[in-house]
Design a protein. Sequence first.
Length: 281
Amino acid sequence: MNDQASDAPNTDDPFAERRRKREERYAAAPVVDVLGIYVSGKGGWDESDGRATLSFKFPVWKAESNSPVHEELSVFYTTTREEYESLISLLIPYQVYLIRARVLLPTDEFDMSEARLVEFIGADTSDAGLNERVTELQKPVTYEDAQLGVFTLNRDYDLFQSKTQWKGQEIELTLNVTDLDENNAALKTAHQLWDQQDDWDKRVRQYLEQEMLPVKNDSWRDDGEAEVGVAEFRAKTELESILVNDDDSFEFWFDDGEMFGSHMLYCRGELTTGFFQASLG
């Protein structure tokens, strides 16, 4: 038996080596005091062993009192379900919190700042600079586009949203970007969709009918319910929102008219290739 076999890379798991290196960095990282501003977006997931991992972000933070201010720190903590719920209840938007954590700064291989929580100490208003940033973060961030209206930064999800018109109907337009100006790729894609909205509206509705009407009639009819025809399907599906990414891709989201148990329906597409996926949201 080869004694080195256990040290060989796991070819079935391409991320195993990356996780190993991250664990080595965490093991070597000292526990430090971190002051961070919490805004929104606490989340988490259950682990297979019954424990839960809490995750949240500090958009602005600093390690210890005299250190420089950094942008965005992702914080993780795996614990019991009870402590997980307790910590979630303590996080209030636009508060500065003091925690103790092991912090990893970006490297060539790991491109974001992240931390593992060791101790949640609580709210802390001792740092005047961070208190000023709290005030700044509460100010709305907007961008006005002559065609598409006023976009406002949604801090919960780090994206810009606007109420605008599509074919005479008000819908929500989301640009999946954290910064917005006239040269933004997502904004340019949105302009191309709106400049040719008659064509794109026709294409998305045809694709939605092609992909989802058979699903309705084959799998989503109640006992005794008649098949849904094209005209009825089109009348019941109403466009509610469009999401545009900065890579030429987008999603059209429709109300299902209660045909699919009140699920949303979406179609994904690209400017260059058209629509390529439709499903329940």
